[in-house]
Write a protein that binds this ligand. Structure first.
Ligand code: ZN
Length: 234
């Protein structure tokens, strides 16, 4: 108790004594945290190299357990992430055992982990292709991919013949409002693991980081196909 009082700055956190977490409401497994932090660092190197997370944009997260996620700290360069750029938040988006500020969009991540408990990773990127296509489609509230073989890279999609609607939400700085808006749409379309924000970027989620990265790659390919078609039809 003495150590808890001395080391713990607030009553709900867990703490480390001699390298071990003592019981508390916010206890999480530090080995799983380290593995997930490394997965985020590796994802950042890849996504930045593709040009999809330019100028400190984007945020990534990975689940540690049923009530904690590892997430990138706001404003960090995604091609140069290190362990100090990854923090832990609970499913309300509150920092756990750290003083750093999570991304303003943390609520959009926690929303997905809450809605879809099987989610193990969420990636949000800001690519040129998604930005341009969603701006071009002003007035349209979804991109419907149909007939593309690569649609099958999205979890739950088994045929190129399906029409896969990916919702476009208008960009806003009011993240709680966007979280509420996305909640309603996602509840009605649980089979499409992605959405776009106009002039901004994409969100996608999956059971693990490898699958989530596959989603990002597939969506970027599909978006570029649509852009090429628009150019050719001019
Ligand atoms: Zn963003």
């Amino acid at each position: 108790m003495f150590y808890r009082k001395k080391l713990l700055p607030h009553p709900v956190g867990a703490g480390i004594i001699f390298g071990q977490f003592f019981p508390g409401d916010s206890m999480f497994d530090i080995t799983t945290y380290a593995q997930q932090a490394q997965a985020l660092i590796d994802a950042g190197r890849f996504l930045y190299a593709q040009g999809w997370s330019t100028a400190t944009s984007s945020n990534y997260s990975a689940r540690i357990d049923e009530s904690h996620i590892a997430i990138t700290v706001s404003g960090r360069h995604k091609g140069q992430l290190s362990a100090g750029d990854i923090m832990v938040v609970d499913l309300d988006g509150r920092p756990v055992q750290c003083q750093t500020r999570p991304s303003a969009e943390t609520l959009l991540h926690t929303e997905l982990y809450r809605l879809f408990p099987e989610t193990g990773a969420v990636l949000h990127t800001h690519s040129l292709g998604v930005t341009v296509l969603t701006m071009h489609l002003k007035g349209q509230d979804a991109v419907v991919f149909e007939g593309y073989e690569l649609q099958k890279a999205l979890t739950g999609q088994t045929t190129h013949e399906a029409a896969v609607p990916v919702r476009i939400f208008d960009n806003t700085q009011d993240i709680p409002e966007l979280a509420a808006e996305s909640r309603d749409w996602l509840a009605a379309h649980p089979d499409v693991p992605a959405y776009f924000i106009r002039g901004h970027g994409l969100y996608t989620w999956a059971k693990d980081m490898a699958t989530c990265l596959r989603h990002v790659e597939a969506l970027e390919f599909l978006v570029n196909c649509e852009l090429e078609r628009i150019r050719m039809e001019r």
